[in-house]
Design a protein. Structure first.
Length: 493
């Protein structure tokens, strides 16, 4: 019966389709991004229908370390006032990225538009001839060329040891807040990128034999007549898009729920590359259970010429090559820290320039739960003592102790001791005060309330007070300082 109805329904649809092509339903605009998300996160896309959508095409000329690119950005004005301009960030032009990103053409609709370079050529302002009204949408098309340089110390961007590390290798819309488009720069010791979540399709054409690791799922890979290959990647919702390329990458994968975790490493680091995969998969599983599900179908851990550091991107983590050999003892902690950023950065965004402690402190302290549940309470306590308390005490002895709730530029050599260690001790003190169960409830509620949005320290404090019914201002003032809100929900509210 059901089959009969379906068959006739299908026949009718085909007939209607043949005679009434204009009546076919419009393709669902969010359909291209659905494969990037697990089933329980599919509904997230409906909430993000007005977020920017990037369609990026990149052609990589490996021999010349040159990339030619084109992108189309669908942008909706979600503010309640007309927009006079659109601003992109060109992060590769930051001195500590050391690349050269040049926009060669800008069109709005199909019309050529002018663009004004700002903020030391790290921002591009495009004045609109007609202001964009609230809820209205426009299409911006940019053509660009990117020169990649050899990596140097303190950079996450560039070519080195056979790997091209290319986070943010395209014009990225600046974040917007109540002050307008944000073009302020973070100091080189802090994370640079501040942006809102967006949906991505990215096509990367590379010489045959190059492996592409990106912050998105690879939907397909096609061979072209000129012996290049085009990789089709889908990412969404992501705050930025990172790409890494190498002919040397080997990889290993493992499933965690509906997510495939993949570790990309150099062949000489087989054992460490597989260990990174195990740590990453364990942390992803554990944090999903504790805080709320990891929404993407992919997570990649990728070796990069970064020394012994790690760097987080939505759906992807870079790990410095030295972590695979001389700093192997740091590998597990570094992987687990970076996985934490998939909750406290990729999902719940915060301002890395004005409040770097918020995601770094919480990400750092989230490792406490990993070590406690996997290795026992003693190991977790040891972490508190050796990694955070010792660093904080040392900083105090050096006279480096200061207010944690400050912009990244307020710190120098005390950046890690304050923004990571002392901030982690705030979350530890909070957990001690409200108890484990309440602490976890606060984090789960924080995730639900601010997923894909940007939270502030004041938002976190207000939410923690509301959930716990406790006055947490004294604790916040003691550890974070700065200016907590005075008008937040009163204790017991
Ligand atoms: Zn971090």
């Amino acid at each position: 019966m059901r089959r009969f109805t379906l068959t006739w329904g299908l026949a009718l649809l085909l007939i209607l389709g043949a005679v009434l092509p204009a009546c076919r339903p419009a393709p669902e605009p969010l359909a291209p991004y659905r494969p990037a998300l697990i089933s329980s996160a599919q509904d997230d896309l409906e909430l993000l229908a007005d977020q920017p959508r990037y369609d990026i095409t990149l052609t990589v000329h490996l021999d010349r370390l040159l990339i030619n690119g084109q992108e189309t950005v669908h942008y909706t004005n979600v503010t309640n006032a007309p927009l006079e301009d659109i601003v992109f960030r060109l992060y590769p032009n930051l001195p500590h990225y050391g690349g050269r990103l040049t926009v060669t053409a800008v069109r709005i609709g199909a019309e050529p538009a002018i663009a004004i370079s700002e903020a030391g050529e790290t921002a591009l302002r495009i004045p609109l001839t007609t202001p964009l009204r609230p809820d209205h949408e426009l299409e911006i098309e940019l053509e660009f060329a990117l020169e990649v340089q050899p990596v140097h110390e303190d950079t996450v961007f560039g070519a080195g040891q056979g790997i091209l590390s290319l986070p943010d290798c395209y014009p990225l819309l600046a974040a917007r807040d109540e002050s307008g488009w944000r073009t302020d720069a973070a100091p080189s010791h802090a994370d640079a990128v501040f942006s809102d979540v967006a949906l991505y399709t990215v096509e990367v054409t590379v010489p045959a034999g190059v492996i592409v690791a990106g912050s998105g799922i690879t939907a397909e890979q096609t061979a072209n007549e000129d012996s290049t290959h085009t990789w089709h990647l889908i990412g969404g919702p992501r705050r930025e898009f990172a790409l890494l390329l190498s002919t040397d990458f080997v990889s290993a994968s493992t499933p965690v729920g509906e997510t495939t975790v993949t570790s990309y490493y150099l062949p000489e680091h087989e054992e460490a590359g597989r260990a990174a995969l195990r740590y990453g998969a364990a942390a992803l599983r554990l944090y999903s259970d504790l805080f709320g599900p990891y929404p993407y179908r992919d997570f990649s851990i990728v070796a990069a010429p970064l020394g012994y550091r790690g760097m987080e991107y939505p759906g992807l983590t870079l790990l410095g090559l030295e972590l695979y050999d001389q700093w192997i003892n740091e590998l597990e902690f570094r992987v687990v820290h970076e996985v934490g950023h998939q909750w406290w950065y990729a999902q719940v965004g915060s301002d890395p320039i004005r409040e770097p402690w918020l995601d770094e402190g919480l990400t750092e302290y989230s490792t406490y739960e990993y070590y406690r549940l996997l290795y026992g309470q003693a190991r977790a306590d040891e972490l508190v003592q050796t990694r955070w308390r010792a660093a904080y005490i040392y900083a105090r002895e050096q006279g480096w102790d200061t207010v944690v709730g400050q912009p990244a530029s307020a710190f120098d050599r005390n950046y890690e001791a304050m923004v990571y260690a002392k901030a982690a001790l705030f979350f530890h003190a909070l957990r001690q005060q409200v108890g484990e169960e309440m602490y976890m409830e606060i984090l789960r509620r924080y995730l639900r309330a601010y997923r894909y949005r940007t939270a502030t320290g004041a938002d976190f404090l207000a939410l923690a007070e509301e959930v716990s019914g406790q006055d947490l201002h004294p604790l916040y003032t003691q550890w974070i300082g700065g200016h907590p809100p005075t008008d937040s929900a009163p204790a017991g509210g």
